[in-house]
Design a protein around this ligand. Structure first.
Ligand code: KIV
Length: 268
């Protein structure tokens, strides 16, 4: 899958996107036919034990992205650019984004956007780095905005629509809309020709994205707009409890898990 294939899906069949941060998960997500795998900076909360996405580094993103790329055959793999890896010096931003394609093998990068990312989106696109824009709730701004629904009044809704148009004109191949009113997401989707991918943005986007830990039931907490489709946490707890009980009771390892070597019978 390439960015141009995703672009062509706008207004056609619903587009699926899920996060993944490691090879085994990416293999399952890819085999399920998901169109795009986002190596989200949510890796900070889901995998790395941080309280937010802010501490995630470019090295961490490159490492997780490379693991996902190694396990993915069909889906478009997108590396999320972490806090302050872009938005300052343009040369540094290009180096950081370029690493995700050159070193980690990603197909595209995602930027949490604002007025400061329009020119960068244009430059990256011209250089051959496909950009997925992200508007609405952008968690890297949590110290400024909190983690609340965005675009809830006329002025901020208009700002999101204008920025969406500017990023489309700058060359973004798709747009994530996070935690915005469904009617705003519908209006943005109607106004753009690139696909919109919603998370907490209602049913009128061209596609949907969720965090894999929420989907499989591994998260301790989930956002109200998310949905859990499995109970992996309970299954992991069952397996780990079973292991502990089996070792403590002496039931594991059994004969079938052990090898007795006759040649060393006289060693003692
Ligand atoms: O980091 C992430 O997982 C994201 C999605 C929620 C879109 O940015």
């Amino acid at each position: 899958m390439r960015a141009k294939d995703i672009r062509a899906k706008a207004g056609e069949e619903p587009i699926t996107m899920l996060t993944a941060y490691d090879a085994p998960t990416a293999r399952i997500v890819d085999a399920a036919g998901v169109d795009m795998i986002l190596v989200g900076d949510s890796v900070g909360n889901t995998q790395l034990g941080y309280d937010s996405t802010l501490p995630v580094t470019v090295d961490e993103m490159a490492s997780h992205t490379a693991a996902v790329v190694r396990a993915t055959e069909d889906a478009l793999v997108i590396a999320d650019m972490p806090f302050l890896s872009f938005g300052g010096d343009e040369g540094d931003a290009i180096d950081n984004c370029g690493r995700m394609l050159k070193e980690a093998g990603a197909d595209a990068i995602k930027l949490e956007c604002g007025p400061h990312t329009v020119d960068l989106t244009r430059t990256l696109t011209q250089l051959g780095v496909p950009v997925q824009a992200h508007l609405g709730l952008t968690p890297q701004r949590e110290n400024e905005t909190g983690l609340f629904r965005q675009g809830t009044d006329e002025e901020s809704a208009r700002r999101i629509l204008d920025l969406a148009r500017e990023h489309e004109s700058a060359g973004a191949f798709s747009l994530v809309l996070e935690h915005v009113p469904a009617n705003l997401a519908g209006a943005v989707t109607d106004a753009l020709s690139i696909p919109t991918i919603g998370i907490g943005a209602g049913p009128d986007c061209d596609g949907q994205v969720l965090v894999i830990d929420d989907v499989i039931g591994l998260s301790e907490r989930t956002a109200p707009f998310s949905r859990t489709f499995g109970d992996v946490r309970a299954e992991m707890e069952r397996a780990v409890d079973g292991y502990v009980d089996a070792v403590e009771s002496g039931e594991f390892p059994g004969e079938e898990h052990s090898h007795v070597e006759p040649e060393i019978e006289d060693v003692y």
